[in-house]
Design a protein around this ligand. Sequence first.
Ligand SMILES: CC(C)(COP(=O)(O)OP(=O)(O)OC[C@H]1O[C@@H](n2cnc3c(N)ncnc32)[C@H](O)[C@@H]1OP(=O)(O)O)[C@@H](O)C(=O)NCCC(=O)NCCS
Length: 293
Amino acid sequence: MKGNGLTFRQDYFDDPAGWSAVKALILDIFDVDITPLDTVGGHDQTSFPSAFFDETGCCIANLSAFAMPLVIDGRAVKAAGWQSGAVRPEYRGQGLFRDLIRTTLDRCEKQGYEAIVLYTEKPGLYEPYGFRAVPQYVFKGAAPPPANGNARARSLTIEADLARLRSLLADRTPVSHHFAVADQSKMFLLNCHLLDDVRLSLLTGDQTVIAWRMTPDHTFQLLDVVGRTIPTLAEILDGLDLAPTSVESFIPPDRLSFPADPVLDTGPLVFMMRAADSLRSGGPFCLSPMAEF
Ligand SMILES: CC(C)(COP(=O)(O)OP(=O)(O)OC[C@H]1O[C@@H](n2cnc3c(N)ncnc32)[C@H](O)[C@@H]1OP(=O)(O)O)[C@@H](O)C(=O)NCCC(=O)NCCS
C-alpha cells in the first residue's frame, strides 16, 4: 500500500476484476477498447503488468510488458514490448509512472530481456531510461508486372477462421531477416479489430495469409504476411489477382523481391528501443502495423 491509499499489484490479468479494471483504464485514457481480445482467447499470457489500484478496485496507473521475440539482422533477440502505460489524470505528477517504469525495467532485466520496444507520442518520458527513437519507414515502389498464374486467394475473417489464423500465427516465419517480430499472435488478432479496412486473404495452398488494404487511388498496401514461407510480392499480387498502380509495403521488403524506396514515416507515434548498440539494425526498417501494440 502506498501512502496515498493505493495498492501496488503485479500480474493481475488473470483476475477477472483486475482485467476489467485495466480495460477500463485503457478505454478512459486512450479511447481504445481491447475487449475484442476476449474473443480471441484473452490477454497475452506472457504479460507481466505492474499497477496501482485504489480501494474500490479501480486501476489508477498501469504499465504492461510482454514477450515480443524479434529477429534483427538475422539474429533472434529476446525482446519485451511495453504497452498500456497510463495514469489517471487526478493522480498524475506524483511519480506513479516513474515507479512503474523502474519496476518494469527491473523485471525485464531480471528476466534477461536483451531489448525493450515501445510506441509512444512522448519519447521524452522514456529517454532518461535509455530508450532511443528508431525511425520507421514505409517501402514504396512500382507494382511488378501482373503474372499469368491462376492461383486465387480466399478471404478470411477472424470470426470464422480464428483457429486457422492462430495455427498459422503460431508457426510463422519472420517476414524479414532485417527486422521482424518472430512470435506475437495476440496483437495481430487484436489489430484485425482495431485497424481500419484490413483484409485477410489465404493464398492457394492454405499456408499463407496476407494482411492488406487497397487505397482509393489503387495503391496496394502490404501490412503483413503470416506463413511458413514468405512469397514474393509478385506471387502475392498474383495470388490475390490484383494489378495495382503502386505498392506500399509496411514490412521490410528484403524477402519480397520488391525493389522499393524507403520513405520516412512522419506520423505522431515514435517507435523506441532500449538495447545495446550491437542490436540496433543498420538499415531502414519498420514493424508491421499488425504487430503494433
Ligand atoms: C504520461 C503519464 C503516464 C505520466 O504519468 P505521471 O504519473 O504523471 O508521471 P510521473 O509523475 O511518474 O512522472 C515521471 C516522469 O515523467 C515526466 N513526464 C511526465 N509527463 C511527461 C510528458 N508528457 N513528457 C515527458 N516527460 C513527462 C515527469 O516529469 C517525471 O520526470 P522525473 O522522473 O524526471 O521527475 C500520464 O500523464 C498519462 O497517463 N498520460 C496519458 C497517456 C500517455 O501519454 N501514456 C504514456 C505514453 S505511452
